[in-house]
Design a protein around this ligand. Structure first.
Ligand SMILES: [Zn+2]
Ligand SMILES: [Zn+2]
Length: 366
């Protein structure tokens, strides 16, 4: 059948609204009518080909919609169910079998190779294949996803806000709740107050961190950080040394935890340098492949550690319903990050996101 989609035809080119063909779901796959889809930084760096996903492609990996049809063997959802689409994983490798699908050994192949698990594409235009993204390609009226992407969600929450839980929001909040697991009363600093950073910040509040420091170059984002629970904010434009400022806030000790979301190596260095002894830093921001950072070995030697976090280090089918529950109880107001656009406004929404005007653009598709 036909679907309207925002297609990426060439490197760095604007998204083009086009009508393309979408296949029926194959075994283990689900056809979803997309209600709304978030735009994530990763969509934009793939549009610009920092990551070599084949083009043309339909990007979009924060889809939320209604199951239209299921392929053979699908048991976890049925037509009419509300779902969020997250990342794809194989379900068969050692990491998947150990409950760590975000570290799937086939992660790159399943999410960035442009093909579904069986090596074929579901999207076409004039007999040419259009690459799939993250096993979903949800900048589209309809998307075919693998069952392992699909997370069933309750119907008493507005579906149009839920898509970003599939990537950006679970990434930031999972870095805190699944990876760092701060003790009650601990201190944390979050570098970068985009959707990932602010999700980490809300999660730090859920975890009862009592010193929550937000660092960002834009005062409007720091203001929102305060509303969401930051106890201190730092605009690097206004201080001579961010690390010293963080140490001063924590009585000279440094923070117990830090999170880096900006993709800037110099900021990653700060995220390590501001740690107290036994502190842990998590890096989420993704710079171009090959980017290096320098660290003072002695800083790490004194029982500090640095870890990477992919997609919040959780199992989406378990973690996303938890986040929805926290939202319903008023403890995780991630809807405050969202601004809605139409699918046709995707290029404007992308620009607003890149300029920091909009924290989390969500395209209403149907
Ligand atoms: Zn796997
Ligand atoms: Zn993403």
């Amino acid at each position: 059948m036909l679907t309207k989609a925002a297609v990426t035809y060439g490197k760095g080119e604007p998204f083009k609204i086009d009508t393309i063909t979408i296949d029926e779901p194959k075994d283990g796959e689900v056809l979803v009518r997309i209600k709304a889809v978030g735009i994530c930084h990763t969509d934009l760096i793939v549009r610009d080909q920092y990551y070599p996903v084949p083009l043309p492609a339909v990007l979009g990996h924060e889809g939320a919609g209604v199951v239209e049809k299921v392929g053979n063997g699908v048991t976890s959802v049925q037509p009419g169910d509300h779902v969020v689409l997250s990342f794809s994983s194989c379900g068969e490798c050692a990491q998947c079998l150990s409950g760590n699908p975000y570290a799937c050994q086939k992660f790159f192949e399943l999410n960035f190779s442009g093909k579904m698990k069986d090596g074929t594409c579901r999207l076409h235009k004039d007999h040419q294949d259009i690459a799939n993204f993250f096993g979903q390609s949800s900048f589209s009226q309809y998307a075919v996803a693998s069952e392992r992407n699909v997370v069933k969600v309750p119907k008493d929450v507005p579906l149009e806000i839920l898509g970003p839980l599939g990537c950006g929001i679970q990434t930031g909040s999972g870095a805190v709740l699944n990876k760092l697991k701060p003790e009650e009363g601990s201190s944390i600093v979050i570098f970068g107050c985009g959707s990932v950073g602010l999700s980490a910040l809300m999660a730090a509040k859920v975890a009862n961190c009592t010193t929550i420091i937000a660092v960002d170059l834009q005062d409007n984002r720091l203001q929102l950080a305060k509303e969401l629970g930051a106890t201190h904010t730092i605009n690097p434009k206004n201080v001579s040394n961010v690390v010293e400022e963080i140490k001063a806030i924590t009585g000279g000790e440094g923070v117990n935890y830090s999170i880096e979301t900006t993709s800037i190596p110099a900021v990653l260095r700060q995220a390590v340098d501001c740690l107290a002894t036994l502190g842990k830093a998590a890096v989420i921001g993704a710079p171009p492949v090959g980017t290096e950072v320098s660290l003072d070995v002695n800083t790490i030697l004194f029982e500090r550690s640095l870890t990477g976090v992919l997609l919040g280090s959780g199992v989406p089918q378990l973690f996303i319903p938890k986040l929805i529950d926290l939202y319903k109880k008023g403890k995780f107001p991630f809807d405050k990050l969202i601004k809605f656009y139409t699918l046709e406004e995707i290029n404007q929404a992308s620009e607003d996101s890149e300029k920091g005007i909009t924290i989390k653009p969500v395209l209403k598709v149907s």
